[in-house]
Design a protein around this ligand. Structure first.
Ligand code: AMP
Length: 429
């Protein structure tokens, strides 16, 4: 029996990987022009990093973590999100001594034991960006601005909606939470099982419920916005003003609460109507108390996570065509071992040609010419170079135009220059 991949994980095949590379390249560029630097983090941590960092009452920590004991009996967890790990590193390496805000980003896989369905995976990938050490609302606007710039560069901004909200802070949220719990308990009979359970455990999350049965009650629920303290209300107004100054359009969604415990004040989400139920492409928010909770200084911070699978899904199919251009430009076909040895340095020279390398494939000298030509045809290369015993003796190669089938002789001494010239003619890249 063949072995298959684990449920909920997926392979990224070469034709798709082109899109992934594109998203990552555009993201690095968009982030770095704002001064964000890459940090690379381990994919597993001590379990307590997430238990403390994400919050014991969240769905992620309660039900979704890949937690295991290693051989020394230590409890470890595959990271379900990046922020807690990033802050662990921020504290551990004393990055807080740098001028604030410290701007960081990271790219990589996350792991959550969720129910797999279209667009929801157990290993998925995120771009994460965090700005640490500044409470000014202009930083909230900057972070949202970077997110929008990324999607503008990808040509997707028009197909996404930005929603923002403020969920208050340690000063005003407890009172709101109380108000919400009283309301939800009053209507418990009209809510789904999960909402009833969340009312006690993580009441803000109830507002996020997608069950249509719960909507009428949730639509009438008290809104966090009406309970903001003066500071939070001002912060939220300032964020909106800066966004307007940046010509970023947004809507306010009073039910946007986000799943993790650590968020305060600004929360935001980018959604699309094109991906069915899994409509969130990116989400983020402020988490001013989290660094202290993890044992670090009292640095406020804000960040976002983008789901790369969902971005890739939104990219037009034509991005896959970029793959065509990466195929080898020519296949070099030696007949016999001497010809192979003569072609080895030629293939090398082509692959390191400046300013533009010429991608080529080199045969092994053992296969029949007909099979090699068949293969070259299937690869869709423009040219085949054939060197048999006779050509070798005469210092020549046969250059075959794979489209027309016409052939010409080229001296082996100028073969490299000839192929470089041909490849620059067609603008191969
Ligand atoms: P979160 O960390 O839950 O706020 O998620 C941030 C983004 O990651 C979401 O907006 C999604 O685009 C993506 N995401 C979260 N969970 C999954 C998943 N299980 N599969 C694929 N993408 C996901």
């Amino acid at each position: 029996m063949t072995i298959k991949a684990v449920r909920g994980v997926h392979d990224i095949l070469p034709s798709e990987a082109v899109k992934w590379q594109h998203v990552e390249t555009v993201a690095r560029q968009a982030f770095e022009v704002y001064g964000y630097e890459e940090i690379r983090l381990p994919i597993f941590e001590r379990t307590e990093v997430f238990a403390r960092g994400i919050g014991e009452t969240t769905d992620i920590v309660q039900k979704e973590m890949y937690t295991f004991e290693d051989r020394s009996g230590e409890s470890l967890t595959l990271r379900p999100e990046a922020t807690a790990s990033l802050l662990r590193a921020y504290i551990e390496h004393g990055l807080f001594v740098n001028p604030k805000p410290v701007r960081l980003y990271t790219i990589g896989p996350m792991f959550r034991h969720e129910r797999p369905q279209a667009g929801r995976y157990r290993q998925f990938h995120q771009l994460n960006l965090e700005a640490i050490g500044e409470v000014h609302p202009a930083l909230d606007a900057e972070v949202i601005g970077v997110l929008m710039e990324l999607f503008r560069s990808l040509g997707l901004a028009d197909r996404l909606t930005l929603a923002i909200n403020s969920i208050g802070d340690a000063a005003c949220r407890p009172a709101y939470r109380e108000k919400l719990v009283v309301y939800l308990r009053r209507y418990a009979a009209e809510l789904c099982e999960e909402c009833r359970e969340r009312t006690e455990r993580n009441p803000l999350r109830v507002l996020d419920c997608k069950n249509p049965r719960c909507r009428p009650v949730l639509d009438g629920a008290p809104s966090a916005r009406d309970s903001l303290c003066a500071d939070c209300a001002q912060h939220f107004l300032d964020v909106q003003d800066y966004l307007k100054a940046m010509r970023i359009s947004f809507e306010i969604n009073p039910r946007l609460v986000r799943g993790l415990d650590y968020y305060v004040r600004t929360t935001f989400e980018l959604t699309t109507t094109e991906l069915g139920a899994q409509n969130a492409v990116a989400g983020g928010g402020r988490y001013d108390g989290l660094i202290e909770l993890l044992g670090g200084p009292r640095d406020p911070a804000i960040g976002f996570a983008v789901g790369i699978e969902r971005v890739v899904q939104l990219l037009p199919e034509s991005y896959g065509d970029a793959w065509e251009h990466r195929r080898p430009f020519a296949v070099l076909i030696p007949i016999g071992d001497e010809a192979l040895k003569r072609l080895l340095p030629i293939a090398q020279a082509l692959r390191v040609a400046t300013p533009k390398p010429v991608p080529v494939e080199l045969g092994y000298g053992g296969r029949k010419l007909r099979n090699e030509l068949d293969r070259a045809n299937k690869l869709g290369v423009a040219w085949a170079v054939i060197v048999g015993e006779r050509e070798l003796a005469g210092g020549q190669a046969v250059l075959r135009d794979m489209k027309s089938g016409s052939q010409q002789q080229v001296s082996l001494r100028v073969l490299v220059q000839k192929l470089i010239a041909l490849s620059s003619e067609v603008g191969h890249d």
